[in-house]
Design a protein around this ligand. Structure first.
Ligand code: T6T
Length: 329
């Protein structure tokens, strides 16, 4: 009997050890990382969308946010590595700051068991079904080439389809702004009497954008229009045009729709804002992560989020004005 009692005790001990959870943390917690490109109103609104989707889900989710201090793989990669090193990240919602340079760090994260969801920007060529990079779960963002074409056609219409135009851009290698420039070039090529006289890269620095634009305004006395491919590019271009006393004489098309760009529209500097839907991008990214976590196997590899095109004709329409990035800049 004594032997039997001892055997029972050993069996109970073995069973109880084998059911001790592997982690002390509550196993139901889903850990989601959010790693945008930089601090700006666009990504701030995206983060609001992320938080809203988490709140609406009612699930037990831990959100880990890291924001690079500049829009660059050099500042983004260490933050990514630190997030992965936590060892508990289930999903990462990320705006890669370079379509090539962020491939290897994101591949490492994926190899470590983190599911990757691209928001805004993509890696590789963005075709996560047939392209060179297929490991991310989804790419959620604007059709940026189309955005560039919209800008070109609007600018052409505003200037009578002729004249010299200039592009303020961020850095080569960023999927979004590269595609906006490409789309803009395609669009301008539809107008034989129009010419792009230059492109400058401002490193996502508004002051640099002001300086570069001012230099072009000095050089090109007959410039008729400027395309600013993102928040800081458009802000800088608009400020330089205003400083030169050329408001209204030079047409500025702003990609993105900050409240500053809206002010510049009302001041007659900016004629069009191409508003993206960053709130939707953040919200949908969380929803896709949760769908995947619940076992959904057909998460779409590409989710385009669309635009609201804002001009003086519709800026006071609440259904349109709601797309201005109001985040208390
Ligand atoms: O235009 C957005 C974003 O789409 C782009 O990838 C980087 O710049 C912004 O964040 C605006 O500053």
């Amino acid at each position: 009997m004594k032997k039997l009692g001892l055997l029972a005790f050993v069996i109970i001990l073995i069973l109880s050890v084998s059911v001790v959870p592997a982690f002390s943390q509550d196993d139901d917690t889903i850990v989601i990382g959010f790693l945008p490109g930089v601090v700006d109103p666009f990504y701030q609104l995206m983060e609001i969308g992320v938080n809203q989707a988490i709140a609406d889900s009612g699930l037990n989710i831990e959100l880990v946010v890291q924001i690079p201090e500049s829009f660059s793989p050099t500042t983004q990669t260490p933050l990514l590595d630190a997030m992965v090193a936590r060892g508990d990240l289930d999903y990462l919602i990320v705006a890669a700051t370079d379509k090539e340079q962020m491939v290897a760090p994101l591949q490492l994260a994926h190899d470590a068991g983190v599911e990757i969801i691209s928001v805004d920007t993509f890696i590789g060529d963005g075709d996560y079904v047939n392209g060179p990079i297929t490991f991310p779960l989804s790419y959620i963002g604007s059709d940026n080439a189309e955005g560039g074409r919209i800008a070109a056609r609007a600018l052409a219409a505003n200037v009578g389809e002729e004249g010299k135009v200039y592009v303020q851009n961020v850095n080569p290698g960023i999927s979004t702004t590269d595609q906006r420039e490409e789309g803009f070039r395609e669009g301008i090529a539809e107008f034989p009497n129009m010419e792009i006289v230059g492109v400058d890269y401002n490193e996502d620095n508004e002051n640099l954008s002001v300086q570069q634009t001012a230099a072009v305004l000095e050089r090109e006395a007959d410039l008729v229009g400027i395309f600013g491919t993102n928040v800081f590019s458009a802000n800088g271009a608009g400020i330089a045009v205003g400083n030169a006393g050329l408001s209204g004489a030079i047409d500025v098309i702003a990609f993105d729709a900050t409240s500053f760009a809206a002010e510049q529209m009302r001041a007659g500097v900016v004629s069009m804002m191409i508003a993206q839907k960053p709130f939707d991008m953040g919200y949908l990214a969380v929803e896709m992560a949760l769908a995947h976590n619940a076992g959904v196997t057909s998460v779409p590899k590409r989710i385009p989020t669309g635009y609201a095109v804002i001009t003086m004709d519709n800026i006071d329409d609440p259904a349109i004005a709601r797309f201005i990035y109001e985040v208390g800049e």
